[in-house]
Design a binder for this molecule. Structure first.
Ligand code: DAH
Length: 345
């Protein structure tokens, strides 16, 4: 019997080591604990036999049982720690390599704001024509917003720009992106081709077509022998590209902007109709750009000789373009952050 019990002790220990080796989870481990080390587990059951034994047998087998218990618990704890460590490393790895782009079904996935999409399309078009993209500052000086653009202090054109003046003398929120003109000429010199989309501010009452904060884009090209033909070819190219239609025609009317001479208003034939529709207000033409040849005072003010260089400039409102392109009827929708509006683009 003694021999049998010794063998049983030994094989029970081996059996425990074998299942511990193959256990990979804390759940599996818990089952093993109950099965082997629990109150009515296999070790406890075997140890019960000790009670019925003689003193001598107890003396001989007692230490063996004890050893079985101690070494079984040790083996169990070692394995348990290893699994816990493994679990936490795996967790750490998961956190470290957490894939934010992983697809989850039925998840709301954001999209680029309609502005961003339009700006990216415009930038692509102008970069492909050799322009560089400039940012400019939204907080500007009187000089860059007005003075250097041939709009001196007493000029009536200042009245059109309901300016947000800052509490710092001569500082304002830019009223148009034409501010980029002089910065670009000073920083880059000539020849020059820049495209500058960005936010502008005017102290205006808001309605369906006016916002106190809006987005404009400015284009400026200066080189030798630049004429209105260059301006018109550029305008036509980008308008056709942005509407993805090569049959759009341009119409040019005289316009007045102090920083260009001559000044032009450029309209596009309505991309949506042939006979007049609500978008072109039945006129078949859509007003799109203010433009012209850069005024010699503007060139001179940035140190460029107007007898050698000439250039064109144009500007337009991005919201207006986006509204026409996407049939949006209220400019205020751009900023109210409503998902059901943004969702459509
Ligand atoms: N800055 C003008 C505005 O805010 C738009 C403009 C008109 C820009 C004519 C130009 C230009 O560059 O040549 O209304």
């Amino acid at each position: 019997m003694q021999k049998n019990i010794k063998e049983e002790i030994n094989s029970l220990h081996q059996a425990l080591l074998a299942v511990l080796r193959s256990a990979a989870t804390t759940d599996a481990l818990e089952k093993i604990r109950i099965d082997f080390l629990g109150r009515s587990g296999r070790i406890a059951t075997l140890m019960k036999q000790l009670k019925q034994m003689s003193l001598e047998q107890k003396k001989e087998l007692g230490p063996l049982f004890n050893q079985l218990k101690v070494s079984s618990e040790q083996a169990f704890n070692t394995r348990s720690n290893a699994i816990k460590n493994f679990d936490s490393t795996e967790q750490a790895l998961k956190e470290k390599f957490f894939d934010v782009t992983a697809y989850k079904p039925n998840q709301y996935r954001g999209s680029l704001h309609i502005y961003t999409q339009l700006i990216q399309q415009l930038e692509d078009i102008f970069i492909s024509m050799g322009y560089s993209v400039e940012d400019g500052n939204e907080v500007e000086t009187d000089y860059y917003n007005f003075e250097t653009l041939n709009i001196p202090a007493d000029h009536p054109a200042r009245d059109i720009h309901d300016t947000f003046w800052l509490n710092v003398p001569n500082m304002l929120l830019r009223t148009h992106t034409s501010t980029v003109q002089a910065h670009a000429m000073e920083d880059k010199g000539v020849p020059l081709a820049v495209f500058a989309p960005g936010r502008c501010y005017r102290n205006e009452a808001t309605d369906a077509t006016h916002e106190f904060m809006f987005t404009q884009a400015e284009g400026l090209l200066i080189d030798k022998n630049i004429s209105i033909s260059n301006l018109l070819a550029t305008a036509k190219t980008f308008i056709q590209k942005i509407f993805e239609r090569d049959d759009i025609k341009l119409r040019v009317r005289p316009g007045y902007f102090p920083f260009v001479e001559p000044g032009l208003e450029i309209d596009a034939s309505c991309p949506f109709c042939k006979k007049g529709c609500s978008i072109c207000k039945k006129t078949r033409w859509i007003e799109l750009l203010g433009a012209g040849l850069v005024h010699s005072n503007v060139l001179q003010s940035s140190g460029i000789n107007p007898n050698i260089y000439s250039g064109f400039a144009f500007g337009f409102g991005l919201e207006r373009l986006a509204m026409i392109k996407n049939e949006i009827d209220d400019i205020r929708l751009f900023h109210n952050g409503k998902i059901n509006f943004l969702d459509q683009f």
